[in-house]
Every structure is written in structure tokens, then in C-alpha cells.
Design a protein around this ligand. Structure first.
Ligand code: C2O
Length: 542
């Protein structure tokens, strides 16, 4: 194992897209930002230096951070933000994980432009559980606003509504030919006929679930969220913000041909959404030329409609853990803590807001309030008054979750910085029940500090008698971000073997902003190596 050093300079960078320029926050001047490449077992030290006017913090999405919660990054959860002119070294070891993850800013809406890939290769000499691809490419999907994103959300939160949707999606920073700007350059993916490639796809968009497709080609999913899956062949990948998906692509067309690569919105409900499809080109390089695209016509992809719930559902239901001898699925078969969380959007009265209400979101009707000091510090140093550990294990007043509910009945939420306390090593089951408090929408839920198994999902209200009987406890998909279906539920299980404070939230930034978030506090165990390590000396203070 190696020690790898990275320096992330957070700077303002003038960037032109969709025929207009604006200064954006970037890492090292790049959009998407630099890729971290390491091997399983390596230790990574990343020095983040804040050269901008905003407070900054960076999260390493999906990295387990075993006992190193101080390096996790979400502002006010595990650390105070890095203030302008300050810096912080994130120091962590990649234990028991290999695959594609990503990093992103975890404060304000900065992750719109502050994000990049993390590629964890297997240990030296350890092969993939599938034939070695000829080449690997990272595909980062994003969203682009012509206006200033921070301004947008500030104004929207003042008036209590949703900000406008992005102006374009991006594929590795390019929006492609179907944008409002004809001169917009598009991303090219050169391939050689007969070779197999691995694409490491990341949905880094703020608010949009996406379909990803390559015309004329079948994709084989082999990994999600840095966990190997049974190979699954599909022509469309559904990917929610926060999720990563590795696919094998066999270039089985003729040299000289061109095929459209597309990323387009999937939305169950949420309005407004961005209806601009980002495109790139898969071009077959000739037998002699190196990477020169030919001028043949590009074969277009037929895209699913934007409300194609059935496409997203089929994809999600088809994923299985590899569960091989080398990579067994260790699904908890018993449950120490059984939690039932409603997740949904609601509204609170707001006399000063434009419609008299403020859109909010909540888990068990609790809208999470961000603390003024980091929760992990409050936990470690026993600072009282920062949080309470009385997060409800189930809704206070059960109701018919998928029936539309009138304002003033279940739509209102209470505020609080409430955490749920878990004993070390507890096996935990959470049923995430989507609600129709205001409108029903998919919620990609992300848990920090753990991977979980998705043991079941269904439509309607979860039935505690019937549904657990058909849970998959053998080879359910293991991941860190899962879509809670609109009008339905999903059940996840994990082992609380990582002491610290761990955020759980919807990865649609808009919904997180409205309060669709909570945190777990996991106590230390009693054995050696069962405690949170002490904080590093340079940990940012509030
Ligand atoms: Cu990818 Cu808490 O985030």
C-alpha cells in the first residue's frame, strides 16, 4: 500500500459554456475537477486550500472512513467549514473498497461545480471479477446553470419556492450538440472496433436523476457504488445523483462509425426540471488514424421519455450483488434496530413567503436544522446543546403515506437537530417510505460512513407483516445511495460498525436544502480498534 498526496486548490475560474461566461468555484481550475486514482489499501492525504470567498468543505462520497469520520467532510456534520484563506488535510485509508466513487463540495450548492471522480483500483495483482477491459474512461455527468447557482438558491429560499432548473446537462463538462448554443463543443469518446471498454459513470448533477444511453450498444453493469454486481445487460442506465455505475462497453460496430451518447432527465414528479439532453459521440477510430473522428453521420439514440418510471424501476430491480467467494454479500440476517422513516416534501406556513407557505422536507416530519458547530466535535468533546438524540424511530402519527394529504394535516414539519443513536455493531434496518405530503418524487437517499444492502422495495405503503417475508437476504445490491421510489418504499440494512456521526440525506440538493436529512451517532465499541480516532490538529473550528 502507498501513501498518496493530493493538493486541492479551491479557486475561482472563469468558464464559458452555452455561449456565456461566468466565474465558477473549481478545484485546481478544472470542471469536472481532478480525478483521484489510488489502490485499495492506500492512504490518501488531500490538502484542501480555500482561496475563495465562500466557506468550503469537501466530502469523499462513498468512502467508508472507518474510524476517521473527521475526514468525511460534510460541513457542520463532521467538521466546521474551511474558511477563506484556511486549509485542511483530509487523511484516510481505503479499506475494503475498490471501484468508482467521487468527491464533491458539501456546503451550500458548491458541488454544482466542485466535484470529481475517485478511482480505486484493486490491490496490485488482484484482477477484476470480469475480463480486463482494454481501456477505462471516467464519465462525469453534471448540470450547468447560466446564472450564479448560489444566488439562485438564496433567492429561492427567501421566497420559499424552488429555484429554476439547470440550463443544460453535461458529460465530462460538455453539453453537446443539442444545447441552445450551436457552437458548444461536445465530448468525444474514441473506441477501437473489437475492444471492450469500462466506463465509470458518475451522476454529479445537483438535482436530476438521469438516463444514460449509447445508441446501438448494450452496456453491461458490473459495479455500482464501488461494489461488484452480477453482470447485468441493459441498453439504458438509470443513475441518481450520488450514484456511480461501472459498465462494460464492447465496441462491436465498424471502424469509422459514430454513435450518440446521451444523458437525459428521469423525473417522476419534480418540477421544474431540466429537459435538455446532453450528448457526446462514441466514435470508432479507423484502423490507422489515431483519434480523428470521421464525418459520417452520428447514429442517434432513442431516449426513454422523461417520466419513464418503468425503465428506472426495471434497472433498479435487476441489480444484484456479485456475492462470489471472493466478494461475499454479508447481509445482516437479524435486526437489532428496526426503523421506519417517512421521507417527503411538505409545507409550513410562512406569512412572508410569496404563496403563504414555505416548501420544506422532512424525515418522520422532522426538518433537520443545521447546527452552528460540527456534530462530530459536539459528540467527541461532549459539548451539550448542539444536538439531541431523540430522532423518532417511526412517524409520530401514522397515516396513509401514499395518499395525497391536504395542507395542514401531515404536510407540516417540526424543526430540530435530532440524531438517532446506534450502539456499536448494531444491525440496522431502515424502511424509507416515500410520502405524498405535497407531491410524490423519487428521493435518492445517501448514507455516509456505511454501505447498505437494499433488501426490498415496493409500491404503496410498506406492510410490516407481508413485505419482509420476500426480502432478498442472499444477494441484494450493496450501495451507498438508493432511490426511494415515488409512491413506494425501500428497505435497507447495514451494520453500525463505524463509530462517529454519519449524515443521511436525499442527494437532490434542493431537497437537502429543504431539510430532507438527519444523522446517526454511532457509539464507540469496547474492544481495541472500535473507537473513533482523535481529531487531527488542523481540523477546522467554527
Ligand atoms: Cu454525496 Cu452527503 O453526500
Amino acid at each position: 500500500a502507498m501513501i498518496r498526496h493530493y493538493k486541492f486548490n479551491v479557486v475561482m475560474t472563469n468558464t464559458t459554456k452555452l455561449c456565456s461566461s461566468k466565474p465558477i468555484v473549481t478545484v485546481n481550475g478544472k470542471f469536472p475537477g481532478p480525478t483521484i486514482v489510488a489502490r485499495e489499501g492506500d492512504t490518501i492525504l488531500i490538502k484542501v486550500v480555500n482561496h475563495v470567498k465562500y466557506n468550503v468543505s469537501i466530502h469523499w462520497h462513498g468512502i467508508r472512513q472507518l474510524r476517521t469520520g473527521w475526514a468525511d467532510g460534510p460541513a457542520y456534520i463532521t467538521q466546521c467549514p474551511i474558511q477563506p484563506g484556511q486549509n485542511y488535510i483530509h487523511n484516510f485509508t481505503l479499506t475494503g473498497q475498490r471501484g468508482t466513487l467521487w468527491w464533491h463540495a458539501h456546503i451550500l450548492w458548491l458541488r454544482a461545480t466542485v466535484h470529481g471522480a475517485i478511482v480505486i483500483l484493486p490491490k496490485l495483482g488482484v484482477p477484476y471479477p470480469f475480463p480486463k477491459p482494454y481501456k477505462e474512461k471516467t464519465i462525469v455527468l453534471g448540470e450547468w446553470w447560466k446564472s450564479d447557482v448560489e444566488e439562485l438558491i438564496n433567492v429561492a429560499s427567501k421566497i420559499g419556492t424552488a429555484p429554476s432548473a439547470s440550463d443544460a446537462h453535461t458529460i465530462n463538462g460538455h453539453s453537446g450538440s443539442i444545447s441552445n448554443c450551436p457552437s458548444q463543443s461536445s465530448y468525444g469518446l474514441p473506441v477501437r472496433a473489437g475492444k471492450t471498454y469500462m466506463l465509470r459513470i458518475i451522476n454529479a448533477a445537483l438535482n436530476e436523476e438521469l438516463f444514460f444511453k449509447i445508441a446501438g450498444h448494450v452496456l453491461t453493469v458490473v459495479e455500482v457504488d464501488a461494489v461488484y454486481t452480477k453482470p447485468y445487460k441493459t441498453d439504458t442506465v438509470y443513475i441518481a445523483p450520488g450514484q456511480t455505475t461501472n459498465v462494460l462497453l464492447t465496441a462491436n460496430a465498424n471502424a469509422g462509425s459514430n454513435y450518440m451518447v446521451a444523458a437525459t432527465t428521469f423525473t417522476d414528479a419534480h418540477i421544474p426540471y431540466d429537459n435538455v439532453t446532453a450528448t457526446a459521440t462514441l466514435h470508432y477510430i479507423g484502423p490507422t488514424a489515431t483519434s480523428v473522428p470521421t464525418f459520417k453521420k452520428t447514429i442517434l439514440a432513442s431516449l426513454p421519455p422523461q417520466n419513464a418510471t418503468w425503465v428506472a424501476a426495471k434497472f433498479t430491480k435487476s441489480l444484484r450483488s456479485l456475492n462470489s467467494r471472493e466478494y461475499p454479500a454479508r447481509v445482516p440476517s437479524t435486526v437489532d434496530r428496526s426503523l421506519f422513516f417517512t421521507v417527503g416534501l411538505g409545507a409550513n406556513p410562512c406569512p412572508s413567503c410569496s404563496k403563504g407557505i414555505r416548501l420544506v422536507a422532512g424525515i418522520n416530519n422532522v426538518t433537520f436544522t443545521m447546527p452552528k458547530t460540527a456534530l462530530l466535535q459536539a459528540h467527541f468533546f461532549n459539548i451539550s446543546g448542539v444536538f439531541t438524540d431523540d430522532f423518532p424511530a417511526k412517524p409520530l402519527n401514522p397515516y396513509d403515506y401514499t395518499a395525497p394529504v391536504k395542507l395542514g394535516v401531515n404536510a407540516a414539519t417540526m424543526k430540530g437537530t435530532k440524531l438517532y443513536r446506534l450502539p456499536y455493531n448494531a444491525t440496522v434496518q431502515i424502511v424509507l417510505q416515500n410520502t405524498a405530503m405535497i407531491l410524490s418524487d423519487n428521493h435518492p437517499f445517501h448514507l455516509h460512513g456505511f454501505n447498505f444492502f437494499e433488501v426490498g422495495r415496493g409500491l404503496g405503503n410498506f406492510n410490516p407483516e407481508k413485505d419482509p417475508k420476500i426480502f432478498n437476504l442472499v444477494d441484494p445490491v450493496e450501495r451507498n445511495t438508493v432511490g426511494v421510489p415515488a409512491g413506494g418504499w425501500t428497505a435497507i440494512r447495514f451494520i453500525a460498525d463505524n463509530p462517529g456521526v454519519w449524515f443521511m440525506h436525499c442527494h437532490l440538493e434542493l431537497h437537502t436544502t429543504w431539510g430532507l436529512k438527519m444523522a446517526f451517532v454511532v457509539d464507540n465499541g469496547h474492544g481495541p480498534d472500535q473507537s473513533l480516532l482523535p481529531p487531527p490538529a488542523d481540523l477546522p473550528r467554527c
